[in-house]
Design a protein around this ligand. Structure first.
Ligand code: ATP
Length: 582
């Protein structure tokens, strides 16, 4: 049994600090106090969840219901709660305040344990249909009845999904490594286990129970997504052939990455950021279950929208319409697709990630019998830069965004962006023609047409070495009225009261956001800047790098988490290449 107050105090301390080191320290202390049965649950709760992200399980309580529950258990009127909410801006803090003022305390308070809170959250998330609202309210009020102000605050925050501690997975892994092995050095082993399971709770449980040896046994499991292998950019094709005689080139299709898990006639599809996206593609599941006869498999494909008449590939935005249509049956008809397979990670109990590209591709060819809907990504062996250029031209003429170059001997490295996969788009050969994916971390209110909305947003890159988000530019151009509305809505529930410790900015924004929304930007070049923090002090003292003439392309990268955005190192590389040209 673990008292919930221990967790609430840790949450409070984490909320107050803006230092990664201190955060790690608080987590280490917390893990040391946690018993074996509870460690995975603590991990999920820290992330404001009750299951790993990919499970799609959300507690999902509406503000109104939370207000009613607070009102019921504290004998405070909804009007008063509303007033306080308008003043303070956070229902967790409101709960804290009204619980302090609560005069009538019950005599026989049942102790609030982490187990009790967790189980109540699970029950709430399972409820649906008629009468569920009342049951939910009963559960919440019962918890709040027995809670002290701090406990109540963090119960409400988790229920509403507003617990924003800003802890990165890497920080949690550092702390687990320190707590259970007394050294940060073993983080890599934890990371390997995380890469094949995408479940930090399970990794934590394993290291707590079995130590480092347990991590070796981490296996790929169908229906647990694997963190995807990613590609580096390449600018100069000739560089590849210095070390290699031949390499495989594949079309780089402009659709949505799909990790397709199959077992016993059941199919689950995970996105690039490991969200369960099965509901958008029931047609894919149905056809694949009928077509690919396996006991179990994990396959990777790019789902692409097509013009049914010409068979031509259509751009990513076309596919994203599927998410906006209310009725999926209508969307299936309106936005036809093809599923283009490019990798196999697991088949009938056998792990394929340690096989080389050739073996994997051969297996895929045997497995996939192509038709109008199911395809193999077009592939060719290339031996020199002329062949690469020709293949690139073919791919662009077919409506692709470029090509992928893959080393023949390379294994599938889950969760890794490295030189074994390289992406080449025609724009990379110009200066900075390629787009960047940047994170919206702040905003400034607009004037004129933009009054009451965000006129300009502050963007950052991702520094994967320090796990922070340094600024790179402000952008106000490229937004249509529709974009502005969309933006205002998309960002409204990401607002945080004070700047997250992972945000590195010299500029003071009107509003700060949890770094979550990724957008696509083009710009004319990268310049040195005394204001922006990307690559700060790395190229010139007291200077960072910034974008010149940045412009929003209209694409919000719903398929990307912030850690998958353009990194600081990528910007430095582009800057260095740009300088070479001059
Ligand atoms: P980008 O921003 O260029 O779309 P990304 O940052 O989303 O790329 P990268 O790892 O850089 O991801 O590029 C690989 C992405 O390209 C994959 O996530 C996948 O969605 C897509 N893709 C298209 N065709 C292929 C292919 N043949 N092999 C692997 N990935 C492919």
């Amino acid at each position: 049994m673990m008292k919930y107050i221990n967790l609430a105090i840790a949450f409070e301390n984490m909320e107050k600090t803006s230092s990664r080191l201190k955060l790690t320290g608080i987590l280490v202390e917390l893990f040391k106090k946690t018993n074996l049965q509870m460690i995975s649950k603590i991990i999920y709760l820290i992330q404001g969840k009750i299951r790993p992200n990919f499970s799609g399980v959300e507690i999902g309580i509406a503000e109104k219901l939370a207000m009613k529950s607070i009102s019921k258990s504290t004998a405070t009127s909804i009007r008063t709660i509303n007033k306080l909410y308008n003043k303070i801006g956070d229902l967790g803090d409101v709960t804290h305040d009204v619980l302090i003022k609560k005069t009538q305390t019950t005599f026989f308070n049942e102790i609030v344990t982490v187990e009790r809170v967790f189980n109540t959250f699970c029950r709430i998330s399972n409820l649906s249909g008629a009468g569920s609202q009342n049951m939910k309210m009963k559960y919440i009020s019962s918890l709040l009845n027995d809670s002290n102000p701090l406990e109540g605050k963090f119960i409400i925050k988790i229920l509403l999904g507003t617990l924003r501690l800003g802890i990165a997975d890497n920080t949690v892994m550092d702390a687990l490594s320190l707590a259970y092995t007394n050294s940060k050095k073993n983080r890599k082993l934890l990371e390997n286990a995380y890469n094949v399971s995408s479940d930090l709770g399970k990794v934590a449980q394993c290291i707590a129970e079995h130590g480092l040896e347990g991590l070796d046994a981490f296996k790929i499991t169908v229906f647990s997504p694997i963190r995807p292998m990613l590609a580096d950019r390449i600018k100069n094709v000739d560089d590849i052939f210095i070390k290699t005689k031949s390499i495989v080139a594949e079309y780089k299709l402009d659709g949505e990455r799909a990790q397709i898990h199959l077992k016993n006639n059941q199919c689950i599809i995970f996105s690039r950021s490991l969200e369960n996206i099965t509901k958008y593609y029931p047609d894919v599941c149905k056809k694949i279950i009928n077509k690919i006869k396996v006991h179990s498999a994990i396959l990777e494909a790019e789902i692409v929208a097509i013009n049914e008449t010409s068979g031509e590939y259509l751009p990513f935005q076309e596919l994203m319409h599927r998410r906006r249509k209310h009725k999926i049956e209508n969307a299936i008809l309106a936005y036809p697709i093809t599923v283009n397979f490019f990798d196999i990670l697991y088949l009938n109990g056998e792990n394929y990630v340690n096989h080389n590209y050739t073996t994997r591709r051969r297996k895929l060819i045997k497995l996939i019998d192509e038709d109008d809907f199911v395809k193999l990504v077009r592939m060719e062996l290339v031996k020199n830069s002329i062949e690469v250029e020709n293949f690139l031209e073919h791919s662009i003429n077919s409506g692709c965004e470029g090509i992928m170059l893959k080393k023949i001997e390379s294994k599938y490295k889950a969760g890794i962006r490295g030189g074994n996969w390289l992406k080449l788009k025609p724009e990379y050969q110009n200066n900075l023609g390629d787009s960047l994916d940047l994170i919206v971390i702040g905003a400034f209110f607009g004037k004129g047409r933009r009054t009451g909305k965000y006129g300009t947003v502050l963007l950052s890159t991702y520094d994967d070495e320090t796990d922070t988000f340094p600024t790179i530019c402000k952008v106000g151009s490229g937004f249509t009225d529709e974009n502005l509305d969309q933006f205002y809505q998309a960002l409204s529930n990401k607002i945080i009261k004070k700047k997250n410790y992972r945000i590195k900015s010299k500029i003071k924004a009107d509003v700060w956001f949890e770094p979550e929304v990724v957008i696509e930007i083009i710009a004319s070049e990268i310049t040195l800047s005394p204001i922006h923090r990307t690559a700060y002090d790395m190229i010139k003292k007291d200077h960072g790098l910034a974008l010149r003439f940045p412009k929003f392309t209209g694409k919000i990268r719903l398929d990307k988490i912030p850690e998958a955005a353009t990194t600081q190192n990528e910007i430095i590389n582009i800057y260095n290449n740009q300088k070479k040209k001059i």
